[in-house]
Design a binder for this molecule. Sequence first.
Ligand code: FES
Ligand SMILES: [Fe+2]
Length: 380
Amino acid sequence: MQSHAPTPSIPVPAIAGCPDGRPTDACETRPIMRFRCGTLNENWYIAALSRQVTAKKPFASTIMEEPIVLFRGADGRATALIDRCLHRNAALSKGDLFDGCIGCPYHGWTYNAEGELVIVPSESPEKRAREGRRLERFLVREQDGFVWVYLGTPERAAEKEPFRFPHAGEEGWRSYVMLTPFDGDVTDLVENFMDVPHTAFVHSGWFRKAANVKRAEATIERTADAVHVEYFQPDDSIGFSKWLLNPDGRVMTHTDRFFMPNLTRVDYMWGERRGFVITSQITPITPERAMVYTAITFRFGVFNPLARWLLPPYTRTVIQQDVRIMEVQTGNLRRFGARRFSGTAADEIHRAIESLRDHAAAGEVGPPPEPRSTRIEFWM
Ligand code: FES
Ligand SMILES: [Fe+2]
C-alpha cells in the first residue's frame, strides 16, 4: 500500500487549534473589532456581491477588521476563508485559484475550498490533506445577489437569517444595487440613513428644500431588534420629477425602519402600487469605515424603464452628498475623541437606534431596552 506520509526534511510543528477542534483563528481574541463588539458579530454581513466572487480570481473583503478571502470552489459554491496563510501570513487574496483551490503567492501552500491545507510545495507537489492544518472558514449564504458571511459563533448562526431585501424579484418591481465606501461607524451611518432633518441641508434642492421646512409628526416604535418610524406630513414631497413619482397626485407615505444591527429600509409610497424603497446594509470594515450596499427598488408602472435610467445618477449624487457629510462628522468625532451629543425631539429616533446597538455592543448584559412607542413633533 502506498504511504501518504512523506517525511519532511525539517519537521514542522503542528498548529494548535481551539479546544473544540476549530482552527486557532476561530477562538483567538486578537484585538480587532470582530472580537470586541459584544454580540454585534452574531449576524450575517454582506461580504461581496455574488458577481464579485468567482472561480478565477480571489476577492478580498474585510468585515470588522477581519480580512476574508472569497472564491468559488469546484462545485461553484462561494467560500470564505480567513485571508492569512498559515505558513508566513501572506494574504491569500493575492494568490491564484486553480482546481477549486487557492494558492498562496509566497511559497505556494495551497488550500481547498474547505480551508484544508492540501499542497506544501517544499514538502512535495503531491495533493493530500495535511491533517490538523486548516484555515478558519466562515459560514456563507448566497441570497438576493449578495454573499453573506457569519463571523460569530457558528452554533448561533442558525438563530439568524440573512435579511431579505424587500420586493426582490417581485413582479412589477425593479431594482439596482450601489456600493459605497463610507466614513463612519455603523450607528452614525444608520442615523444618517434614517435622518430626515438633514435632507433640507445636505441634499438642499435635491431632496427637500430648507426654505420649505414644515411641521411634521412621526411615531417611533422600538421593538427588541428594530425601530420603526412612520411620518405624518400629508404635503411632504421629495425633489424628483413629480410626474414620474406621482402623476395622479396621491398622498405620499413615508416610513423608515432600522433592523438590528446594520440595516435600514426607507419606503416612499404613493398608494399601494407606486413607490420606491431604499435598503442599506452596512458592513463595518473598521470602527470608522464601512462598505454600504444600497438597493434601490422601485415600482413606477410604465415608467419603470425610464426610472431605471433616471434614478441611478440621481441616487448616486444624493449618496455622495451623504458620504461627504459623514466624512466631516467622522473626522470631527476623531478630533474630539469622546462622543457627546445633544438632541431634540427628532433625535429620539437616533436614541432608539443607539439603545439597541449599545446593548448588543456591551454583550447584551443586563435587561434589553423595553419595547416603546413615542410620538414626536418636529419641523422638516
Ligand atoms: S506565506 Fe504562504 S506559503 Fe509561505
Ligand atoms: Fe442623506
